[in-house]
Design a protein around this ligand. Structure first.
Ligand SMILES: [Zn+2]
Length: 133
């Protein structure tokens, strides 16, 4: 499979915050799961794909000063645990904001930003990050 088709295949998941909701207990999960960790066998066949609103709030955060090479240019940046309005907690980078604006309870929303660019092919991959409301 080529790099390009792989990206196309993942596009739905990259451009939307897609998770699964268990129709048995109503809990939502991100990233998507095949089986609800609460209902186990009873959730089989009852996991439904849902698109999250992208709204949430910061429940914990850290300022990253020492990043892996591909993120070096962005240092320092804020990495936060975000509780989505639908319930799941995800880890994501906060963009376009200075750390003084971030606190526990800060309302954020999802935005799409360039994650990486493939130098040879020119392919640009986008992914989700979060911005302060
Ligand atoms: Zn469940």
């Amino acid at each position: 499979m080529t790099e390009l088709s792989r990206i196309w295949r993942e596009t739905e998941y990259r451009y939307n915050l897609i998770g699964y909701k268990c129709k048995n207990c109503g809990n939502s999960y991100f990233p998507p799961r095949d089986i609800c960790p609460k209902c186990h066998r009873e959730s089989i066949g009852k996991m439904e794909k849902v698109k999250f609103s992208g709204n949430g709030e910061v429940i914990s955060y850290t300022v990253v000063h020492d990043a892996p090479p591909s993120f070096k240019r962005q240092v320092p940046y804020v990495l936060a645990l975000i509780k989505l309005s639908e319930g799941p907690v995800i880890t994501a980078q906060i963009v376009d904001s200075v750390e003084e604006k971030i606190d526990i309870g800060t309302k954020v929303h999802m935005v799409f930003r360039k994650i990486r660019q493939d130098g040879d092919s020119g392919i640009i991959e986008y992914g989700y990050k979060f911005a302060v409301n």
